[in-house]
Design a protein around this ligand. Structure first.
Ligand code: ATP
Length: 373
């Protein structure tokens, strides 16, 4: 690796990858801002690892250019790029202890006095007490931290992480997510992290690119993607979306009123990515934790101006932090509602006639035609 390249964004312009007649990554325009924690998120086979490997130089793009800062690195071999990769398998040297594993990259470059840098890395990943252990004497999370330290010691401009937490159990995974986020904030290096786990991407990344079928469907800050999905794939991949079929009834400037199963719902301007002509079909959604439940008898107490849909509870389950309800309504079956104030809602049992209500600002509108394709 060389550190001769000036810092800067990672930019992919027109990058694609085909294998024979199969296109794994369609021509892609993507900018990863310098110093950000960026996640490529998507289901198995969507092309996220191939994209990462093209940044690393481990895969040759079929078309397009990879820039690091102003420098075109498309034709540089991996070891000449100021980039390092952490793999799910850790790939630690089993016969070397933690210190020797971390020092490996410096020693290979002929650097003799490595102690200070290795000590800094041991402190960064909080493994000072484990410096003399061999990999088999470490937990999975500790091994992963050695792999991160080893990859960071050469001060790469970009660290690529390919499902680095995939082999860990859930609890350790959650701890390591926070740990990696802390390390990234401390070193300030650009991290590009590949994962199929939406919660992981949302927890760690400043920006998430949601990939589907070799394309980036949507890119944005985690909260923005969750609150304001632009496609049904993104809406459904990032949690429960309660999509119901609706029709445009009125337009007031950018604001819409839509009808769904007899209910009239307000859809504020800017929250609809479907073409909104009068009478046009679309899908509207709202996240389960944004919805409140009221008994039909208590409907009068619901504030004016909220969106509301009537229905019947078909199932409820207490999961500690909230109670999850499934509600069938004329607008749609199996709508999910997460209610936190369960103690005040004891009468909300399966069979109860209820009204679901929420702030219209949390409603989003999506293209129904696109969903069928
Ligand atoms: P996963 O999470 O399972 O690793 P991914 O989103 O990272 O999935 P990629 O590994 O990028 O997906 O693969 C994208 C597509 O390209 C897949 O359909 C895969 O089968 C195909 N693919 C990857 N490498 C090759 C190859 N060398 N030859 C042919 N097809 C390939």
């Amino acid at each position: 690796m060389t550190d001769s390249t000036a810092g800067g964004d990672v930019r992919l312009t027109g990058i694609s990858k085909t294998y024979g007649s199969f296109t794994a990554v369609h021509p892609l325009e993507l900018t990863v801002p310098q110093g950000s924690f960026f996640a490529l998120l998507g289901a198995s086979g969507c092309g996220k690892t191939t994209t990462l490997r093209m940044i690393a130089g481990l895969e040759e793009p079929t078309t397009g250019t990879v820039f690091l800062g102003d420098k075109d690195v498309t034709d540089l071999p991996p070891y000449k790029r100021p980039v390092n990769t952490v793999f799910q398998s850790y790939a630690l040297f089993p016969h070397l202890n933690v210190t020797e594993n971390i020092a490996f990259g410096l020693r290979r470059r002929g650097i003799k006095s490595v102690k200070k840098q290795v000590d800094d890395m041991l402190e960064l990943v909080q493994l000072g007490d484990f410096a003399h252990r061999k990999p088999h004497q470490l937990s999975g999370g500790q091994q992963q931290r050695v792999a991160v330290a080893r990859a960071l010691i050469n001060h790469p401009q970009v660290l690529l992480l390919d499902e680095p937490l995939g082999a860990l159990d859930l609890k350790l995974r959650r701890q390591m997510q926070l740990e990696l986020k802390r390390i990234q904030t401390e070193v300030g290096i650009t991290f590009v992290h590949v994962t199929h786990d939406q919660e992981e991407a949302m927890t760690m990344a400043d920006t998430v690119a949601v990939m589907n079928g070799g394309r980036v469907e949507q890119l944005g800050a985690p909260a923005d993607l969750y609150e304001n999905p632009k496609t049904t794939f993104v809406a459904n991949f990032l949690g429960t979306s309660n999509l119901i079929e609706a029709e445009v009834a009125e337009k007031n400037g950018d604001d819409l009123v839509v009808t769904a199963g007899g209910a009239k719902l307000r859809l504020p301007g800017g929250r609809c990515s479907a073409p909104a002509s009068s009478g046009g079909k679309l899908l509207v959604g709202v996240r389960p934790e944004k919805i409140s439940l009221a008994h039909r008898d208590d409907e009068g107490a619901i504030a004016e101006g909220r969106n509301r849909v009537s229905g019947r509870i078909v199932d409820s389950s207490f999961i500690g932090v909230s109670t999850q309800y499934l509600v069938d309504s004329p607008a749609g079956k199996g709508l999910s509602v997460y209610e936190q104030n369960v103690d005040r809602r004891a009468g909300l049992l399966p069979g109860a006639e209820v009204v679901l209500h929420w702030n219209p600002a949390h409603t989003f509108g999506l293209d129904a035609a696109q969903a069928i394709d």
